[in-house]
Design a protein around this ligand. Structure first.
Ligand code: AHG
Ligand code: MN
Ligand code: MN
Length: 295
C-alpha cells in the first residue's frame, strides 16, 4: 500500500504534511554526496554546523513555508520559532533536519525527525498530534504516527513510499544504547546501567539517535543519553529529539523518561531545552524511575 492511501481518514492538512515531508526527505537524501563539508557557523548549542545541516534545514523551511500547511516552525538549527504568515493551517512543527549528521561522512544511517502540533510548539510533548521520521540507511524509510498506530514505509525503486510494517509495537528486547561518558555517570544512572548489564543487555550505540531508537522500536530495549556530572541536562534536545521519537515509542507501547517522569510531560523552557533521555520499553523506563525515586 502506498503512503497516500494509508493516510486516508486523517485530516487533509496532516495527510498533505506527511506526504510533503516524505518528498522533502527524498531531496535531502540526494544532497548527501555533494554537501559534506563543515560550515564556519555554530548552532545555538555551540555545535559546528555541517553544510548539510544548514542546507537540509533550509530545504525543509522553504518546502514547508511554500506548502502553506505550517504556521509555526522550530528547528534545531534555528535560535527562534519561525512563524509563517498566511498559512492555511495552524500546524506547528519541530524539526531536527539531520540527526546524526556527523555520521554521513562514514556512511552510517542518519535521519530527519519531525514533531507535529496544532498551534504552539512550546508546550509539553503530550500535546503533540503526531510525529514522524525519515531514516536514510541502506534503505530510506518513513515512519509516522498520527495517534492511530505507528507505521513504517520503505522507499521503493520507483521513488514511492510503500507500507513495510503496520501498527508497530515495541517488543521485549535486551539491547541498550548508552550515550555519554561512563566515568561521569550520576549514581542512579550507573546503578541502572549495572542492572541492565547484569541482566545480559548488549550495547548498540551508533551516534545517530534516530537510527538507534528505530532499532529499539523494532528489537526492544532502551536508548539513553543521560545527564552527567558537569552536564546534568545531558546533550539531546527535548523539542527536536526526545519528544518526537519519544511520542512514537510511547504510541508503540513503550515509554520515555528524563530519569523521573515521561519526557512528554515536561514543559519546555525554550526551543533549546536539553534533557536527559531514556526511550524504550516500559520495563527499562520503570526501572530508572524507581532507582532515581529511591535515591
Ligand atoms: P545531531 O546530529 O542532530 O546534532 O545529533 C547528534 C546526537 C544524536 O544523534 C546522538 O545520539 C548523539 O548526538 C551522539 O552524541 P555523542 O557524539 O556524544 O555520542
Ligand atoms: Mn539531533
Ligand atoms: Mn541535527
Amino acid at each position: 500500500m502506498k503512503l497516500e492511501e494509508h493516510l486516508a481518514g486523517h485530516d487533509q492538512d496532516l495527510r498533505e504534511l506527511v506526504l510533503k515531508i516524505g518528498e522533502i526527505g527524498k531531496v535531502i537524501h540526494k544532497g548527501f554526496a555533494s554537501r559534506q563539508s563543515v560550515s564556519d557557523t555554530q548552532n545555538v548549542y555551540g555545535e559546528t554546523q555541517m553544510a548539510l545541516d544548514k542546507w537540509a534545514d533550509q530545504v525543509l523551511i522553504d518546502g514547508l513555508r511554500e506548502s502553506g500547511l505550517v504556521k509555526y516552525l522550530a528547528s534545531e538549527e534555528q535560535p527562534d520559532v519561525l512563524e509563517f504568515e498566511g498559512s492555511k493551517s495552524d500546524i506547528g512543527i519541530t524539526q531536527d533536519p539531520l540527526d546524526g549528521s556527523s555520521l554521513i561522512g562514514v556512511n552510517l544511517a542518519v535521519g530527519t525527525i519531525i514533531g507535529i502540533f496544532r498551534g504552539s510548539v512550546l508546550v509539553p510533548g503530550q500535546e503533540m498530534i503526531g510525529a514522524m521520521y525519515v531514516l536514510y540507511g541502506p534503505l530510506t524509510t518513513l515512519t509516522y504516527c498520527l495517534k492511530k498506530g505507528v507505521h513504517e514505509f520503505v522507499l521503493d525503486p520507483n521513488g514511492e513510499f510503500v507500507l513495510q510494517s503496520e501498527d508497530i509495537r515495541i517488543p521485549d528486547g535486551k539491547i541498550f544504547a548508552p550515550g555519554a561518558i561512563r566515568k561521569k555517570y550520576l549514581d542512579g544512572h550507573l546503578k541502572w546501567i549495572e542492572a541492565l548489564e547484569a541482566d545480559g543487555y548488549k550495547i548498540r550505540f551508533s551516534g545517530s539517535f534516530v537510527a538507534d531508537v528505530h532499532q529499539i522500536l523494532h528489537k526492544g530495549g532502551v536508548f539513553t543519553y543521560p545527564g552527567i556530572v558537569g552536564s546534568e541536562q545531558g546533550k539531546l534536545r527535548l523539542l527536536f529529539e526526545g519528544n518526537p521519537m519519544g511520542f512514537i515509542v510511547e504510541q508503540a507501547g513503550g515509554a520515555t523518561s528524563d530519569g523521573y517522569r515521561s519526557l512528554l510531560s515536561i514543559q519546555p523552557d525554550g526551543v533549546a531545552h536539553r534533557v536527559p533521555i531514556y526511550v524504550g520499553g516500559k520495563k527499562e523506563i520503570n526501572l530508572i524511575n524507581n532507582i532515581n525515586g529511591g535515591i
